[in-house]
Design a protein around this ligand. Structure first.
Ligand code: UDP
Length: 412
């Protein structure tokens, strides 16, 4: 029972630190926000901060734009970056360098965003943000990390001083312990998916009617994360060449060039091409097979929708574990290469609907559709706490940072 009375209490402030590197971080924030608004209506205000874009020096501020190109065209160098931030001792050196490089912007960030609870949903700058509190503020709000990688979570995700670290899987929990977190900081909640995936997910027939898809043809949904990454065009052309008895739905996401190329194609089956879609739940509810890169958000959503997956690729390092997670649990297969993807889709269709239904059940078994609601409850508890003292000691600073105390109630 929600005892909150919005008429009497000033809304408390939830501040999300994220970045639009891919679509998963924003999707996690949207899911948590929706869950909190449902559970505690009127009790919170929400601020979403793209840390790279607004508080980082050149060239980091262009990371949201660079990320899809970097991962598409130089995946091995991306993998090298992952390696750097994914070991207990190496990552400390990298943390120090980042703290120095980004100090000014991140101190401004924490000064400009007073909050009652901080939610960090991005691995790279979380420790630097904590460092900025410790070196420029006397106290700080409770700090909660929501990890949005499923299995191969880089060490950087784990902020030793965070009040709570909410992880999607047992593997991510175990890595937390390995990287120095205490059991009482960690909790396995699942990866947050929008409440639309938990309640009122339409059945296939209704979803297809809403989308104007054919009611009886098997539907293959193809997506490459929020940025339309990976060989989406090559994959859909390979499927097209097979002239399968399907209908195809292709999501180009924020990739306009991909959308234009898809629209110029001659399709041999009913084909729907979408730009970035808002309601992924209805598309997943309408589909029979998902072709996707191993994006954690997409995988978690597909599991919630009971949608088996053909995984066509993975971002080196951070997404490798996601492939194992899906394949070892029978929720999908890993078939890199456009031609192999098309052959797999053809083989799954040839097996018949019973086999597809069994795969769908195994995907559903992995789902944690209420993760966002659990996280909302954790944040609610943290948001009621008094501000916490940091290690900041004004006397030991050469130039104390003196600012008028914000009027907000979280500063002691
Ligand atoms: N997404 C969306 N609309 C789109 C394409 C993607 O809402 O048109 C969402 C998708 O539902 C998922 C997220 O973007 O929640 C993609 O996250 P994921 O971790 O799979 O991949 P990323 O884009 O972060 O690499």
């Amino acid at each position: 029972m929600n005892s909150h009375d919005p008429g009497r209490v000033k809304p408390r402030r939830v501040v999300f630190f994220m970045s639009d590197t891919g679509g998963g971080h924003r999707a996690a924030c949207d899911a948590i926000r929706a869950a909190m608004e449902q559970r505690y209506p009127g009790a919170y205000t929400f601020t979403l901060v793209d840390v790279y874009r607004w508080y980082m020096p050149f060239p980091f501020r262009y990371m949201p734009e660079l990320y899809p190109h970097w991962v598409n065209y130089a995946p091995l160098t991306w993998g090298l970056g992952f390696w750097l931030i994914n070991a207990r001792y190496r990552d400390r050196i990298v943390t120090r360098i980042m703290n120095m490089m980004w100090a000014r912007g991140i101190r401004r960030l924490v000064a400009e965003h007073p909050a009652d609870v901080i939610v960090s949903v991005h691995p790279v700058f979380a420790r630097t943000i904590m460092h900025a509190y410790n070196t420029s503020q006397r106290c700080r709000p409770p700090f909660v990390t929501v990890i949005t990688d499923l299995v191969t979570t880089p060490a950087f995700w784990y902020v030793p001083e965070a009040e709570r670290c909410l992880v999607p899987t047992q593997a991510a929990y175990d890595r937390g312990l390995l990287f120095g977190m205490r059991p009482d900081q960690l909790r396995v909640t699942g990866l947050p998916v929008h409440p639309r995936f938990a309640a009122n997910l339409p059945d296939r027939e209704t979803a297809r009617r809403r989308l104007n898809w054919l009611p009886d043809r098997p539907a293959v949904l193809v997506v490459g994360g929020g940025d339309g990454m990976g060989p989406v065009h090559a994959i859909t052309r390979a499927i097209n060449r097979h002239r399968l008895p399907v209908q195809l739905a292709i999501i180009a996401g924020r990739n306009r060039a991909l959308q234009r190329r898809l629209e110029a194609e001659r399709w041999h089956q009913p084909t729907h091409i979408y730009p970035f879609v808002i309601d992924m739940a209805v598309l997943m509810a309408a589909a029979d097979i998902l072709v996707t890169k191993a994006g954690p958000g997409t995988i978690a959503e597909a599991c919630a929708a009971g949608l088996p997956m053909v995984i066509s690729g993975a971002v080196p390092g951070q997404e490798n574990g996601n492939v194992r997670h899906v394949v070892n649990n029978g929720a999908g297969v890993y078939t890199p290469g456009a031609q192999r993807v098309a052959e797999t889709v053809a083989a799954w269709l040839a097996e018949g609907p019973e086999h597809l239904a069994a795969r769908a059940d195994r995907a559903r078994a992995l789902a944690r559709p209420l993760a966002a609601q659990t996280i909302a409850e954790e944040l609610h508890i943290q948001a009621q706490r008094a501000p916490l003292r940091t290690r900041f000691n004004a006397q030991r600073q050469k130039k104390p940072v003196l600012r008028p105390a914000p009027e907000d109630d979280w500063v002691i």
